[in-house]
Ligand binder design. Sequence first.
Ligand code: SF4
Length: 135
Amino acid sequence: MTKIGLLRCPQNETKCPLTSCLKTMKDGTEGFAGYEGAELAGVFTLAESRDRNVELARILKAKGAEVLHMVTCGFAGKQNGKWYAGNGFIEGPQQLMSDLARETGLPCVLGGAHLPEGYTPIIFGPGTGEPTDRI
Ligand code: SF4
């Protein structure tokens, strides 16, 4: 069982109660495929400041998170009913998750529910912050 820390965007905080994110985590699909069971360690809404986001990520780690995931609406946008990578709510999502992987020593993944077609979740390796192909 892998404990997941979710990072969500403030723009959707009062519009989406994470319904599909939690369902796909439970089902082990979309951005949460590949885990032999996943459970939620906690959720934070991302702040504007990088340093504050590092603090949030460290708190999730202290609460047991083994991997951090940014929800899909943070790095992907919806057009005509379909999700596309880019135009998400978070500015510089790749840089942020790379920084968090380096600062926390946890793998950090860009991937939640309803992934864009053809998109493979980007994983930033613990400690290095470099993209890697496995957690
Ligand atoms: S990725 Fe989808 S389900 Fe998850 S918080 Fe964003 S809009 Fe909601």
